[in-house]
Design a protein around this ligand. Structure first.
Ligand code: NAI
Ligand code: PYR
Ligand code: MG
Length: 649
């Protein structure tokens, strides 16, 4: 039997031959497309039955759908379009067909040579900047990646996918925070769309300025709470861009079909308002109905042009995060990543913390969990954890008493005695006067709460760097858990509540640690390694978005999010969990996302929310087996390969 690679080569060289004669006629292109689809389908049937799902196969499947690309440009216009550009890798036949002869050096390089060349320059940059301050090195790395992104998307996404563990900290947290802070100086080319308060009434026409015919995924921010860095106004655009890069790398969303969006409604950041080079609206943020009118108009415009696009809300300040989620969640296919994506990842981590103690999962209902930070992320985590408890006990989450959760914000322990208690925090405010007081009162300090409660898990989503100080961590040593868990989930790195070094030093080497941004593992005194988990919503949002897209769900339900969290939680074996590994390596992010995406589709099907996607109608989806759904997800993941380019006049 032919090996996968041989089959691919035959298929691919046939395509090249086919296009080396100048056909340029659409019907032939369509016929060839159909032929390649049939080939893939045949390959699938033969091989999928016995395929074990590893990254290579998923990659092969996606790569095997290179369909020719129709291009309406010629010559330098192609070289300047990062989507079509192959730099020195244009074969001679294509150079002839596309008017590129003479516009490139004569030697034709292979994709592999280009790849190696880029990686060599990246490694020399690392070498040459050794000893320089971290921020300078990270920004230099971001620049070199961004330049490639601007020039050649295929090569960019391929190096990103293959080196995701090394590059995620550059294009995503923590470096993306630095990029947003320095956006004015780093700005070269626009990426994504900007809708400002001045565009009111124009958005329905503006949306048609976006050049792509189809958009599958939109990530939108208003820049009001960028990571733990506060209001960065228009400079927050770096976050949607970074999140969508993760979508391409992890979920195989076609980069031609993503749209990063900034809703610029002003900023309350005085420094930015006074900065002459600030690129956003220099006015205070819109509030109330004026604010909502802008977001409403934007949502309607996106929905009118791309009714099946999934819209992810990212880094909105708490009041608008909850309000917009409530307002749109049943009307559009949208979710709020900070509330819902984070909750799913944290829940998977909390389940892991139970298993690490050698206890059955049902003991989750007995875990004492202290959450520090009562914002969109902290409240989101508690809501999902409470739902999980209610499910395990077969009770109603609305009436389930708040026995095992303690919530702390900037004013200390949140209780029912709090004046102006935030309605979102109210279900988690402690009620005192019963036997369960531990002698704590309204506004009790973090260290006092940890000393008295002796929690199994201390989870930070406060955005305050170093708040889990030596006293707090020493108090965690007396935790009632044999494996006390500390999750310092705030981003970027400088805002993490503590470092892993401090956790293993003050809590003990048996502790379990997770952080939102990556840290290095820690060498312990006994010569073993203290493992650092990354508890970041990047493990979930790509699968949630992909699953919602491919199911064609009308909206994203709690059940779909819960399925995603449970899928992630079940990814790790008991053996791995006991070693302190709560989450898989970021290197397997495509594999994780395939499984998470499939579980989201299954949930959408079982809730009868799935309406189908593209050629796959709802009927077909409803008849798919579990295995077929995984195959369907893998088949729909884009993978970067140079497609043969065919010019259409
Ligand atoms: N690891 C991950 O996947 C994620 C991490 N995050 C991070 O979580 C942090 C918070 O995000 P949001 O909840 O959206 O922000 P937010 O602004 O809505 O909430 C922050 C909360 O922290 C509280 N807080 C402030 N100072 C405090 C102090 N000294 N002690 C105790 N609590 C204090 C505030 O009262 C507020 O309740 C950010 O740093 C963000 O980057 C957010 C989403 C996902
Ligand atoms: C990870 C993320 O979404 C945040 O820090 O806001
Ligand atoms: Mg976020």
């Amino acid at each position: 039997m032919l090996s996968q690679e041989k089959l691919f080569l035959i298929h691919f060289s046939h395509l090249n031959f086919f296009y080396s004669v100048d056909l340029g006629r659409r019907d032939k292109v369509e016929r060839e497309r159909e032929r390649s689809r049939n080939l893939i389908a045949m390959w699938n049937m033969r091989h999928l039955a016995r395929a074990t799902w590893n990254l290579r196969q998923i990659r092969w499947l996606s790569a095997a759908i290179p369909g020719p690309c129709i291009v309406r440009k010629r010559g330098t216009d192609i070289l300047h379009d990062p989507w079509f550009n192959k730099d020195t890798a244009f074969p001679l036949t294509e150079r002839d067909r596309l008017g590129l002869r003479g516009l490139l050096p004569p030697r034709v390089m292979s994709f592999e040579q280009q790849y190696e060349r880029f990686m060599n320059s990246y490694r020399s940059l690392e070498h040459n900047t050794e000893g320089e301050p971290e921020s300078i090195v990270s920004l230099a790395k971001w620049r070199i990646l961004n330049r490639l992104h601007d020039r050649n998307e295929t090569l960019y996404y391929r190096v990103l996918i293959d080196n995701i563990k090394d590059f995620a900290p550059i294009i995503y947290t923590p470096t993306v925070g630095l990029v947003c802070q320095n956006y004015g100086g780093l700005f070269r080319r626009p990426r994504g769309m900007y809708f400002s308060a001045k565009d009111k009434g124009e958005m329905m026409s503006m949306i048609y300025n976006w050049p792509a015919q189809q958009v599958d995924l939109v990530v939108v921010t208003d820049g009001s709470r960028i990571l733990g860095l506060g209001d960065l106004g228009v400079q927050g655009i770096g976050i949607p861009i970074g999140k969508l890069d993760i979508y391409v790398a992890a979920a195989g969303i076609n980069p031609q079909r993503v749209l990063p969006v900034m809703l610029d409604v002003g900023t309350n950041n005085q420094k930015l308002l006074e900065d002459k080079l600030y690129l956003g609206l220099r006015q205070p943020r819109l509030e109330g109905d004026e604010y909502l009118a802008i977001v409403d108009e934007f949502m309607e415009a996106v929905h009118a042009r791309w009714p099946k696009a999934v819209i992810q809300f990212e880094d909105f300040q708490m009041k608008w995060a909850f309000e917009t989620l409530q307002r749109y969640r049943k009307k559009f296919c949208m979710f709020n990543d900070d509330i819902q994506g984070t909750a799913g990842v944290a829940l998977a981590g909390l389940f892991g913390a139970v298993r690490a103690q050698g206890r059955p999962l049902k003991d989750f209902v007995k875990q004492k969990i202290v959450v520090v930070g009562a914002g969109s992320a902290g409240i989101g985590v508690l809501s999902m954890a409470k739902q999980a408890v209610a499910r395990m006990l077969g009770t109603d989450p609305a009436t389930e008493p708040n026995c095992q959760f303690w919530l702390i914000d900037k004013d200390g322990l949140v209780t029912q005695e709090r004046k102006n208690l935030d309605p979102a925090a109210a279900p988690f405010a402690r009620t005192f006067g019963s036997e369960n007081t531990e002698g704590l009162t309204e506004g009790a300090s973090l260290v006092e709460v940890v000393k008295k409660v002796k929690p199994h898990v201390l989870l930070g989503l406060s955005g305050v760097g170093g708040i889990f100080n030596e006293d707090v961590l020493r108090a965690m040593k007396d935790s009632d858990s044999p494996r006390p868990a500390v999750f310092a989930m705030s981003n970027p790195t400088t805002n993490a509540e503590c470092t892993p070094g401090d956790v293993f030093k003050y809590v003990g080497e048996h502790a379990i640690f997770a952080s939102g941004s990556p840290f290095n593992d820690v060498l312990l005194e006994d010569g073993k390694m203290g493992y650092v988990n990354q508890a970041n919503n990047m493990y979930l949002f790509p699968g949630v978005g992909l699953g919602a897209l491919l199911s064609g769900a009308r909206y994203i339900s709690d059940g779909m999010l819960q399925a995603a969290a449970e899928c992630l939680a079940s990814y790790m074996t008991d053996e791995e969990i006991k070693k302190g590994f709560l989450f898989p390596s970021i290197s397997s992010i495509r594999n994780i996302t395939t499984r998470v995406g499939a579980s989201v589709i299954q949930a959408a099907i079982s809730e009868e929310l799935a309406e189908g996607h593209g050629d796959v109608g709802s009927k077909e989806l409803y008849h798919m087996s579990e295995r077929e759904i995984v195959d369907y997800v893998a088949r729909n993941m884009w993978f970067p390969v140079y497609s043969p380019l065919v010019h259409e006049k």
